[in-house]
Ligand binder design. Structure first.
Ligand SMILES: CN1c2c(nc(N)[nH]c2=O)NC[C@@H]1CNc1ccc(C(=O)N[C@@H](CCC(=O)N[C@@H](CCC(=O)N[C@@H](CCC(=O)O)C(=O)O)C(=O)O)C(=O)O)cc1
Ligand SMILES: N[C@@H](CCS)C(=O)O
Ligand SMILES: [Zn+2]
Length: 763
């Protein structure tokens, strides 16, 4: 039996987020390009050295990136949209312009990478011909070889996944590009082969979704072409996040091996192997260690799986189930976590230890009792920490129906007296350096709690005044007290732990520290009431209470595996419900329960989706349905594919939903042409990710388009998402334009209805 250990991708951010800090310093003009590149090389080398020290044999390259690996693929193949000009001497300026936009050009779209909280830049192909601009993989392969004298395994995003994820104008099919792209991939692979590369991992995660004959034919065309032209390269066709679809056809392809996920596949990969067998002589790259969660594995169970797999192949590669991009780097800096919890966790580095242990076991260098010993060190302490699951939340009985929408609408309008096209924001205002520094001072105990609270109150007061001046209709307190919308609740709820250094890249240089749900979630005390009530005390206008919803808390955390999803969701929902009621009790009239990650948790396989929707909708309703008739419930979603979601949104039964729409406005609007949606809705009228200030007229155009498909009395005017990543100046200027556009539109509507000017002061 031939056995190797392998990794599919390593986090790029550096143990102390050196990567993020260097990038942001470069963008701010505080770091020269040469220094940026030096820092990046140091981080890359240190990651490779770590994997070497862990005894990993097939170490990936190509996973390291200056922003995003999908953008790298597009850039490497010359897919540079014309608006960014031609590739120049200063090529990194072009690269970053594509990712982040410039003062004159909008950035390329960004969206979720499959069912993760990682966002990739969506390649734009229109009017462009692919060519191998620079072989990044060859560059990295040689760089590592020169410095560390080792062979590495280039990782490449496969052409079929790349093209299906890319943006094309309607009417153009990705097939057209495939014919052009395959020769360029072949050129790249050939250069690698000539340089001495033997293993190449080609990622085709699209193959875990339901695929039609068209895609199967495309995959066949691609991999037969590769085999004919570059037969010497040992290609591993890699899938992850679910079981491989169309197993018999795919495993017949002429590649050296197949990478399958044996953690997130619900046993389907093994089932298919049993049913159809595994091709003789091929490598099975078995994803055995969870690349998406942070719990240590039970290695004795993995040994049993190894036993099973070895019935079907004699060539085994042991590896994580996916890239380790989705987990933090190492547990070793965690000082605040309870001992029982720390002993149960494995981040990227610790997962690689597990890969090595398993590989050594498979190679006969370790015994089963070594694995048992490893397992004994985990588990027990966590069990004690967890205690008994709360039975009631496994099968909740709470009422989740609210009175009919029409009744609510009337009661709320009487209570709130909002104008037509009410203006609002999504919740967060700029998290300036001053705000983050204040938190740091508290963390380092340079400030006590009182000093910190005073600072937060000042920020709230400042922004209530700004919002009043801007003449927004529904105000927010600004979320200054929150590091992150999920982490903040994770810190305050029982049963959830937060790390000090468990950073994971979310998009570009932006990172999050996903909380760890280890026990039963309980609402210990009011979490947001003080800030909301304070903000409300400063204004006559309604201030929206601002909460993160149960499904988003679930999807953006690392979750426990010993309870079913629905049980954990319902525990979260009951906790949010208590907070909703606490806000209502304290006089808050509008409560927004954000669910930006609702779509993200949707299983990749269609047959698993209805159960997810049912549980997600139930949890949201459990959280929001206990309020009085006149309390208005809002929700917010962003950066998701909203197609096929209108009925789900309706089912959630919010009074108002705000959805990000500026980057994908056209597509979203067309959904409302075919679906009748009766409740209130705000489609984001400008992109908050760009530093660009939209003009009033540009926003008016967005309003005109929206009002062609939605009624004025159901439409809200708001930005795409929270403004925490913007500067104060940008936020204020953009909101000024937004309010001006709303007022102009109100006037136009008034003129068309009444034949006269609307007097704002009488409302
Ligand atoms: C809506 N989005 C979110 C997602 N996931 C979440 N969990 N939360 C989200 O809001 N997924 C989809 C999108 C992704 N969007 C974003 C947007 C912005 C960020 C972001 O800005 N992240 C910050 C880190 C946030 C944070 O917790 N900051 C801490 C500061 C920690 C720190 O660095 N401290 C420094 C000192 C600070 C200084 O000197 O300036 C230190 O300790 O040395 C805080 O606010 O206190 C980021 O910077 O990456 C993420 C996802
Ligand atoms: N209320 C949050 C939602 C982000 S999706 C914010 O404004 O940042
Ligand atoms: Zn959002």
């Amino acid at each position: 039996m031939a056995i190797h250990s392998s990794n599919l991708g390593y986090p790029r951010i550096g143990e102390q987020r050196e990567w993020k800090k260097a990038l942001e310093s470069f963008w701010n003009g505080q770091l020269e390009e040469a220094n940026l590149m030096e820092t990046m090389k140091t981080i890359q080398l240190s990651s490779i050295k770590k994997q070497m020290a862990k005894g990993i044999e097939l170490i990936p390259i190509g996973d390291f990136s200056l922003y995003d690996h999908v953008l790298d693929t597009a850039f490497m193949f010359g897919y540079i949209p014309k608006r960014f000009g031609q590739e120049s001497e200063r090529r990194w300026d072009t690269y970053f312009a594509m990712a982040r936009g410039t003062s004159s050009q909008p950035a390329m779209a960004m969206t979720k990478w499959f069912n993760t909280n990682y966002h990739y830049i969506v390649p734009e192909l229109d009017g462009l011909q692919p060519r191998l601009m620079e072989n990044f993989l060859l560059r990295d392969y040689q760089f590592i070889k020169d410095n560390l004298s080792i062979e590495t395994k280039p990782v490449l995003l496969g052409p079929v996944t790349f093209l299906i994820l890319a943006k094309l104008s309607t009417g153009v099919h990705w097939h057209k590009h495939l014919q052009l792209l395959v020769p360029v991939y072949i050129e790249l692979l050939d250069e690698l082969y000539r340089a001495g590369v033997r293993w190449v991992q080609v990622d085709e995660p699209i193959l875990v979704q339901e695929i039609d004959e068209d895609i199967v034919a495309a995959v066949e065309y691609v991999y037969h072409s590769f085999y004919q032209k570059v037969p010497g390269v040992q290609l591993i066709l890699q899938t992850y996040f679910e079981s491989l679809s169309n197993y018999p056809e795919i495993v017949s392809l002429p590649v050296a091996g197949f990478g399958l996920d044996f953690v997130h596949d619900d046993g389907e990969n093994l089932y298919n192997m049993k049913k159809y067998g595994f091709p003789k002589g091929k490598w099975l790259a078995a994803g055995m260690i969870d690349g998406r969660n942070v719990w240590k594995s039970t290695l004795v169970q993995k040994a049993a799986l190894l036993e099973e797999l070895s019935k079907y192949t004699e060539h085994l590669i042991i590896q994580p189930s996916s890239s380790l991009l989705y987990v933090p780097i190492t547990v070793k800096h965690e000082r605040r976590l309870a001992k029982g919890l720390v002993d149960s966790l494995a981040f990227a580095d610790e997962k690689l230890d597990e890969v090595r242990l398993l590989a050594e076991y498979a190679q006969g260098k370790r015994s089963l009792s070594d694995l048992r010993h490893y397992d004994e060190q985990t588990g027990e302490a966590l069990g004690l920490l967890r205690g008994q699951p709360i039975k009631k939340t496994i099968q909740p009985i709470e009422q989740t129906e609210r009175p009919p929408y029409a009744k609510r609408r009337q009661a709320q309008q009487q209570h709130l007296k909002l104008p037509l096209l009410p203006t609002t924001t999504i919740g967060s205002f700029p998290q300036t350096r001053e705000v983050r520094q204040a938190r740091l001072k508290r963390k380092k105990q340079e400030w006590d709690e009182k000093q910190y609270q005073t600072f937060i109150r000042k920020q709230i007061a400042k922004w209530i005044e700004i919002q009043e001046k801007l003449e927004l209709d529904v105000l927010v307190h600004g979320e200054f007290e929150r590091t992150d919308m999920v982490e903040f609740f994770g810190e305050k709820l029982g049963g959830i732990a937060c790390t000090t250094n468990g950073w994971v890249q979310s998009y570009g240089s932006r990172c999050v520290r996903p909380p760890i749900i280890f026990g039963d979630v309980v609402h210990l005390c009011p979490i947001t009431v003080e800030e909301s009530v304070y903000a409300q005390s400063l204004t006559e206008k309604p201030v929206k209470g601002m909460l993160t919803g149960p499904v988003t808390l679930y999807n953006w955390s690392f979750v426990r595996r010993d309870l079913p999803r629905s049980a954990v969701l319902n525990q979260l929902a009951l906790a949010v419900r208590q907070e909703v009621l606490a806000l209502e009790q304290a006089g808050i009239r509008i409560i927004q329960v954000d669910e930006p990650a609702l779509r993200e948790g949707l299983p990749l396989k269609r047959q698993k989706q209805p159960a997810y929707w049912q549980e997600a909708v139930y949890a949201f309703r459990l959280a929001t349905s206990a309020v009085r008739l006149e309390t208005q419930i809002h929700t917010h979603m962003c950066y998701s594919d909203f197609s096929e979601m209108i009925d789900i949104i309706d089912d959630l039964d919010p009074d108002v939903i705000s959805i990000e729409a500026a980057r994908s406005g056209g597509e979203l609007l067309s959904l409302f042409e075919i679906h009748t949606y009766r409740k209130q809705i705000g489609l984001g009228v400008y992109d908050i990710h760009s530093p660009r200030i939209p003009s009033r007229d540009e926003i008016l155009i967005q309003l005109e388009r929206a009002l062609r498909v939605l009624r004025p009395d159901q439409f809200w005017v708001n930005p795409d998402c929270g403004l925490k990543t913007r500067t104060e100046k940008e936020a204020i200027a953009s909101l000024q334009a937004m309010v001006a556009a709303a007022k102009e539109m109100r006037n136009r509507l008034f003129v068309s209805l009444q034949g006269g000017d609307q007097d704002d002061s009488k409302r």
